[in-house]
Design a protein around this ligand. Sequence first.
Ligand SMILES: *Cc1c(COP(=O)(O)O)cnc(C)c1O
Length: 484
Amino acid sequence: MHPILQQAYDPERFRHDGHRLIDLLADALAAWQRREGPVTCYEPPDAALARWQQAMAESGSDPVAFFRKYLDETIHLHHPHYIGHQTGVVAPVAALAELAGALLDPGMGVYEQGNVGVVWERLLVRALADRFGMDAARADGFLTSGGTLGNLTALLCARQRQVPGDAWMHGYGGRQYGFLVSEEAHYSVAKAIQSMGMGARGVVPVPADARGRMRADLLEDVLAKARAEGIEVIGVVASACTTALGTYDPLEAVADFCEKHDLWLHVDGAHGAAAAFSERYRHLVRGIERADSVIMDFHKMLMTPTLVTAVVFRQGEESFRTFVQKASYLWAEDETAEWYNLAKRTFELTKPSLSVRVMAMWQVFGPELFAANVEHLYELARRCHALLQAAPDFETALDAPEANILCYRLRPEGVPDDRLDALNQAVRQRLVEQGDFFIVQTRAQGRLWLRSTLINPLTTEDDFAQLMARLRETGEAVRRAAAV
Ligand SMILES: *Cc1c(COP(=O)(O)O)cnc(C)c1O
């Protein structure tokens, strides 16, 4: 064997480097908890590309020196001043699980290889269905790589049940099908529908109210209008919760509508279906038990590394309709419903060991950990929202948040309304370049908002107050520089 291969697989080398890496990461976690160091070191993309192009030419680096470089350059979600996107802040036990899963890496497509991981997927999906209030023994599903792919997989199944004939085999026969989708739905929903070849007309928009929630009272009108235009509506996609404002669509009303018209109900619960773990907040997803399919990301509020998405079907047998593919080298029978050969129902064939990331947390801490995080983050968001409301120079998009997402903006005295978008955009850009805080921005209600997801349980109200002070100072600096 070539010595380089021997080195690459040397167990003692792994032990030695692994211990050093864990020390490096644990020290970094402790430093971030003391609020040391920046959240991010912003560098223009072309500069970073050129620098790394050079660095890539030099190999032979000590692995820990390499990891240190990576750690220094990457954004630090564990820093309590990371108050940006919905991306989960990974619990260390889930990261250890991923390390184990990544090293063993059996692939989850078929039971012969995936074995225990395949069993865990079914148990986790059914436990989740139970939280949603579904009949867990009938429900089924799997884990997949992200909400985007989860939405596509669920909607493909919806199509197969609702479109007459066999769309998987024969396509649409020239007919125009579509889904009713709230105008505030995540863009991955439109991406899925258009990927299925239904075109832009396949996405039939349902207006949202000022809080961003689907107007269930308009569904009848929207359906009638779509039908009049020749669109055969096959389902409705509701959000729990929406991405921009973090508000929950009225699932019970939407479920009533779907039952009345025999439409598939898909709930995109990527972010907010996790509320089902909390006795205090599960009322937000009331009605989810009536959905035909639901997706939920574990990698948002439930602390796993990306991407771990549960796709849950209320009537598990329906999930076998999605793909009927011949693959005699993988399984003996093509058309039977074998729950344990997951690749019959997922987009992926070879799939990472997703379930170990969730199961490790479940076995070590129990689902109480998930409930605790949801409740902590939702309450933290409410307290930070109160700080914003008490400040005369800030305004908020909502009178009260429903989830852990806040949209707000600076509104200093003397700045005309039509300059506020530009001011807030400039302030955010400076903030990201300074690197001490990380927040994002979004457009809603016709305005640009600063947007923070309280996703790091180590963030405190005091951190948020410091963020507000920094935004205020930066706003003054931007105005002094006459940039706005
Ligand atoms: C995050 C999110 C998605 C996309 O999920 P990925 O895991 O990033 O692919 C879809 N819908 C909603 C509502 C989301 O919050």
